[in-house]
Design a protein around this ligand. Structure first.
Ligand code: NAD
Length: 252
């Protein structure tokens, strides 16, 4: 069987580390013809991911520094990638941030920042990448949600609301762009071993593991493989769907 993403070009936001890095590397392993490594602050790490991809035979990657909430910067990143690497077939809205705090103890600026990073950012990026996909009548937009959307922990009101929003956004965009040949899908991970989870575990300790029926945290690669499948033509009939990869967290 040919690699899942042979000949495809994929951009992943927040790909200097964590799940985004794992998705970018998985896309390259699955034969992608070009991978965009979106990052906001850690240029050196993003360049490192790009170099690791380029070191593989046929590997092509480009590090793209931009904040996902900045419309002009997102548009410029799309333009640059398409000029230097080629048309974008897949875009992964992976960048995200979690800030915990009870709603009444959070100030409005903290709430606004959570919604901007986790919900407005993906909408801003979708606005930048969808027109090209529609013109070419092909493309996949993959949004990254969280089990917090359906089973939030205490102190996650803004994060959970934003992640619930990205799931609704997935359904809305799937309906809007299906006729244009664009699929819009969502990946809903559970607990993954990244810096983000490290912060949650520092607060909640082993409670996190105790909530997972499989009693373990996933490696980023276990989730990244599923992302590559959703981006591929083997998932051609999947749109508007939320794929849960969580060791049973949402149902436990
Ligand atoms: P992480 O903190 O390791 O990585 C997040 C990345 O997003 C970082 O590279 C960061 O710089 C980037 N980012 C944040 N705000 C940005 C902005 N405004 N513009 C551009 N980049 C920005 O976290 P992770 O665990 O790898 O998270 C990846 C995704 O997976 C997030 O959407 C997160 O909500 C989701 N998720 C993670 C877990 C988990 O357990 N780790 C569980 C469910 C969902």
């Amino acid at each position: 069987m040919s690699p899942l993403l042979e000949g495809k070009r994929v951009v992943v936001t927040g790909a200097s580390r964590g799940l985004g890095r794992a998705i970018a590397l998985a896309c390259a392993r699955e034969g992608a013809a070009g991978v965009g490594i979106g990052y906001r602050e850690r240029a050196g790490e993003a360049e490192g991911v790009a170099r690791a991809i380029e070191a593989q035979p046929g590997g092509r990657a480009l590090a793209l520094g931009f904040d996902v909430t900045d419309a002009a910067a997102a548009a410029a990143a799309v333009e640059r990638f398409e000029a230097e690497v080629g048309p974008i077939d897949g875009w992964v809205n992976n960048a995200g941030a979690v800030a915990t705090g009870l709603l009444v103890a959070s100030d409005v600026e903290q709430l606004r920042a959570q919604l901007e990073t986790n919900l407005l950012g993906p909408m801003v990026c979708a606005r930048a990448v969808l027109p090209g996909m529609m013109r070419r009548r092909r493309g996949v937009l993959l949004n990254v949600s969280s089990v917090a959307a359906v089973r939030p922990a205490r102190g996650q009101a803004a994060y959970a609301a934003a992640k619930g929003g990205i799931e609704a956004l997935t359904r809305a965009l799937a309906v809007e762009y299906a006729k244009k040949g664009v699929r819009v899908v969502c990946l809903r991970p559970g607990a993954i071993d990244t810096e983000m989870l490290g912060a949650t575990r520092a607060l909640a300790g082993d409670e996190v593991v105790a909530r997972v029926p499989q009693r373990r945290i996933a490696a980023p690669d276990e989730v990244a493989g599923y992302a590559a499948f959703l981006l591929s033509d083997r998932a051609a009939y999947v749109t508007g769907a939320v794929a849960t990869v969580d060791g049973g967290y949402a149902v436990g």
